[in-house]
Design a protein around this ligand. Structure first.
Ligand SMILES: Cc1cc2nc3c(=O)[nH]c(=O)nc-3n(C[C@H](O)[C@H](O)[C@H](O)COP(=O)(O)O)c2cc1C
Length: 377
């Protein structure tokens, strides 16, 4: 089937994904916190960013290549870390990592992935970034860093927008607990999604395999506690400094919205700042990331990575125009996986690329650098 004829937009892929995964999994993937105002705000604010079309430019063949932290990429998009990807689609971490290696784009693996770095890292080739939810114990932190490095992850992401668990009301209503257990209506939901169920039976019910490897044998977790929270702390500047000393590769701080925080990062030895509101999953009063971006851009000379709510190439163009150097996507890749399995990833990438090219042509932009400053604000 020609996916482009039937599923030309991410919204088409998303609609199919929703039909192919159980409702409780959908609620995990697609929900935010509170009344989901931050989630909605991301969309509204992106839509507000307009450009003046440029006419009589002759042929425009946009070049999407860029570089970030010393590496070259053909397209300015990558894969944001997503916890428990393997719940969303069986073996998702490995499929994402393999695709990243083939396509040449960065893959961020979460501390709370359903697989270990040893299992996923070799698949990511040279594209592995490891995202850390900061463990309180320095020995555990160092062991995690060592295991990630040994597995081939060269760039470390510290996520800082999770000072505590957020309330994800839709997830709670959906019945998801940690580790996931199928009960009651969830069994009926799974039965209606044969591809997901067969794959999940084959790979085993996903759990936090990396975190679990640090749990004391026989230690009992309350059924609704996210094992990750038992281990992690809320980092401060001293923690970041210590992490900088403990990790000898590029270090990225994810979840920055305030310009004054961004301004301090270079001084701590951070290599890039990541503007994110976790797709609205943490704080329902957070600004849209696209609104925070210009302030962060103005505050630092470090590379700026952007995510949260990006749904097409036009949104990528908006972010690049307002100061981002690179754009990451979280849910979009998972919609692709849930809709079409592994081949959905290339389809999602193609949607973004084609859309970015088509929109750059409208404003006569040949290179990504031509976008900067083009947005009408
Ligand atoms: C299901 C889900 C799980 C996530 N888990 C993590 C995580 O473990 N670590 C992290 O830093 N961010 C996590 N995020 C946030 C993503 O890294 C990213 O910031 C966000 O998804 C980007 O927005 P988008 O999904 O609209 O592209 C998660 C997001 C989703 C949707």
């Amino acid at each position: 089937m020609d996916l482009h004829s039937h599923y030309p937009a991410l919204s088409d892929v998303k609609a199919r994904a929703r039909r192919r995964i159980p409702h409780f999994v959908w609620e995990y993937l697609d929900s935010a916190t509170g009344n989901e105002r931050t989630l909605a705000r991301n969309r509204t604010a992106l839509d507000r960013v307009l450009f003046e079309p440029a006419v009589l430019q002759g042929p425009v063949a946009p070049d999407l290549s860029c570089s970030l932290m010393g590496r070259d990429y053909a397209v300015p998009i990558g894969i944001s870390p997503v916890g428990m990807s393997g719940l969303i689609w069986p073996d998702a971490e490995r499929l994402l990592a393999r695709y990243a290696a083939e396509a040449g784009l960065p893959y961020g693996m979460s501390t709370v992935a359903s697989q270990t770095p040893e299992y996923v890292g070799p698949c990511a080739g040279d594209q592995g970034w490891f995202q850390l939810y900061p463990p309180a114990e320095p020995e555990i932190r160092d062991d995690m860093l060592r295991r990630a490095k040994d597995a081939g992850f060269h760039t470390l992401i510290l996520t800082v927008d999770v000072p505590g668990p957020s309330r994800r009301e839709r997830q709670t209503r959906g019945g998801l607990v940690q580790p996931p257990v199928l009960r009651g209506k969830m069994i009926a939901q799974a039965a209606m999604c044969p591809a997901w169920s067969v794959g999940t039976l084959r790979h085993g019910m996903p759990r936090l395999r990396f975190i679990d490897s640090y749990m004391k044998p026989g230690g009992l977790l309350p059924s609704n506690a996210h094992a990750g929270y038992l281990l992690r702390t809320s980092p401060d500047w001293a923690y970041l400094q210590a992490l900088r000393e403990a990790w000898d590769g590029p270090l990225v701080v994810k979840g920055i919205l305030r310009a004054e925080d961004a301004a301090k990062m270079a001084g701590v030895g951070v290599d890039a700042v990541w503007v994110s509101n976790h797709a609205g999953r943490q704080f329902d009063a957070a600004p849209a990331t696209i609104e925070a971006l210009p302030g962060v851009r103005a505050a630092t000379d470090l590379p700026v990575i952007f995510d949260s709510g990006v749904e097409g190439g036009l949104d990528v163009m908006r972010a690049l125009a307002l100061g981002a150097d690179f754009v990451m996507l979280g849910r979009a890749w998972h919609y692709g996986l849930a809709a079409f399995g592994a081949k959905g990833l290339a389809h999602v990438a193609e949607i973004f690329e084609k859309d970015l090219i088509a929109n750059m042509q409208q404003i006569g932009a040949q290179r990504l650098a031509d976008l900067r400053g083009q947005a009408l604000v």
